[in-house]
Design a protein around this ligand. Structure first.
Ligand code: ZN
Ligand code: ZN
Length: 88
């Protein structure tokens, strides 16, 4: 199997965005990964990376669990936590 990797850095400072696009060709199939510069999290689409950067990365967690005071960055994470930890 042939594996070649090409890393293309795109510095886009149009407001919030600071992203890295990584293209990997694996067995003839091209995969594109988007990486957050701040925390090195990887995403399959630019849209999800941007959502992460805009809503999660560098943001203070603002959703607090009323049962144990744990804080979350996203409402759905808080809901999952409550379901799994407090309603089982
Ligand atoms: Zn990040
Ligand atoms: Zn909790």
């Amino acid at each position: 199997m042939q594996l070649s990797q090409r890393v293309e850095r795109s510095f886009r400072f149009d407001f919030f965005y600071n992203e890295e696009k990584c293209e990997t060709v694996e067995g003839g199939i091209q995969k594109t990964t988007f990486i957050c510069f701040n925390c090195q999290k990887t995403y399959k689409s630019q849209q999800t990376l941007r959502r992460h950067m805009y809503h999660e990365c560098g943001q203070e967690p603002k959703y607090q669990c009323s049962f144990c005071s744990k804080k979350f960055k996203r409402r759905d994470q808080l809901q999952t936590h409550i379901q799994e930890r407090h309603f089982r």
